[in-house]
Design a protein around this ligand. Structure first.
Ligand code: PML
Length: 238
């Protein structure tokens, strides 16, 4: 069955506000385009003056992978969230605290930081842009979409992305929080720990936000190609 990638990006005065992507069957394309427009107009970061929706047919097979299982941490404030994230990363890198400082210090990066687990060095070729994760969605055709249609679009989107990311053998962990000032829950994820939701990663009203990958590779070209270009559909958690 032919599948289509539907991508949306919105901006105001040339600066990025939000983006989204779905991989869907042909009959779903019109509804998905409409839903993306609605979502772009409702983003807490501001009203866009430009919304672009692109529809492209996907050539060839799309890999199916399972969703990470979801867990919830209990953090009363950003200090507790910091501790939770650093504890989660500590078995994977001796530079866990530096990873947190780096992530909470970046502004307006569209992509993710690639953080070398052993040295703490940044590996992404363009520091301002970072590495974008695209070409993924929840599986639809077999009805196995995780948390489907429950209104939790943001969590579902983040879980799908995190599941694709964690699947690559060079990926040790991901940490993410939204730059939406109204949304303060982030997550830390890996194949071993699953998707751990972390509340209060930042104070309400803060425009901080970003994504960081702790990786175990000296040559990230294959990893970057996978993250940016390999189409993946994510099914139920195993
Ligand atoms: C984003 O919207 O950019 C990141 C969303 C993180 C969602 C965390 C959660 O609520 O599970």
């Amino acid at each position: 069955m032919a599948l289509f990638s539907v991508k949306m990006r919105s901006s105001a005065l040339g600066s990025h506000i939000s983006g989204a992507e779905r991989i869907v069957e042909e009959r779903e394309v019109p509804d998905v385009c409409a839903a993306m427009g609605t979502r772009a107009l409702a983003h807490g970061k501001g009203k866009p003056d430009s919304i672009t929706v692109t529809v492209t047919a996907i050539d060839g097979e799309v890999a199916h992978i399972p969703a990470l299982p979801i867990r919830e941490a209990h953090c009363a404030d950003p200090a507790e969230a910091r501790e939770t994230v650093i504890d989660a990363l500590a078995p994977l890198t001796p530079h866990a605290a530096e990873a947190w400082e780096l992530l909470t210090g970046v502004r307006d990066m569209r992509g993710a930081i690639l953080f070398h687990a052993t040295t703490g060095a940044r590996l992404e070729p363009d520091h301002a842009r970072g590495v974008r994760v695209t070409s993924m969605d929840a599986a639809t055709a077999t009805g196995e979409r995780p948390e489907t249609h429950s209104g939790k679009t943001r969590v579902t989107d983040a879980l799908v992305l995190a599941s694709k990311v964690a699947h690559h053998p060079a990926m040790l962990a991901e940490v993410c929080f939204s730059d939406d000032p109204d949304y303060t829950t982030g997550y830390v994820a890996s194949r071993e720990m699953g998707y751990l939701r972390v509340p209060n990663m930042k104070p309400v009203g803060s425009e901080m936000g970003g994504r960081l990958f702790v990786v175990d590779t000296d040559d990230p070209a294959d990893l970057i190609d996978y993250l940016e270009h390999t189409p993946v559909l994510v099914g139920e958690a195993k």
